[in-house]
Design a protein around this ligand. Structure first.
Ligand SMILES: [Zn+2]
Length: 161
């Protein structure tokens, strides 16, 4: 094996490993969904960060979303398909650094078990219409539901009422 093919081989091995570990780390809902797009279409309409979060289940850095401080009345829509997902009426300040809600709008989200962290089973949540990853649902929220929907702001588009 010459040096060039060795470099090519290690590069492709590295890419394969990166793809594998990304898959292992990400819990992405499989569908089928009403709204579907090719990977190229998703990449064309989303920023790199939006793509990583919505299509690969990455997590935005805490306290980076302007929606943390969004306190107006209105509706939070899916950035992927514009479905209305959360109302400002259920938004609260969880102190976590991510937009948090104690409930979703009716028939807005889907959930599944996320075992990507080896020490914890979490409930992943995604848009029920296009499958885009939103965040996770925890059981330490306020009344009346006791749930905390911990949502990546980049997955949402806010429309004031
Ligand atoms: Zn959607």
């Amino acid at each position: 094996m010459n040096r060039r093919s060795f470099l090519g081989w290690t590069a492709s091995l590295g890419a394969a490993w990166a793809a594998l570990s990304r898959r292992a780390a990400a819990a992405i809902a499989e569908g089928p969904f009403e709204v579907t797009r090719t990977e190229a279409e998703w990449r064309a309409m989303l920023s790199d960060l939006q793509y990583a979060v919505m299509r690969e289940a990455a997590t935005e850095r805490a306290f980076t979303s302007p929606l943390n401080d969004e306190h107006r009345q209105g509706i939070f829509h899916c950035r992927g398909c514009d479905l209305a997902l959360y109302s400002s009426e259920t938004k609260y300040d969880s102190g976590t650094g991510w937009p948090s809600f104690y409930d979703a709008l009716p028939n807005a989200i889907g959930t599944m078990e996320d075992r990507s962290l080896f020490f914890q089973v979490r409930t992943e949540c995604h848009c029920r219409r296009c499958g885009s990853h939103l965040g996770h649902v925890f059981n330490d929220g306020p009344r009346p539901t006791g749930k905390r929907h911990c949502i990546n702001g980049v997955s949402l588009v806010f429309r004031p009422a």
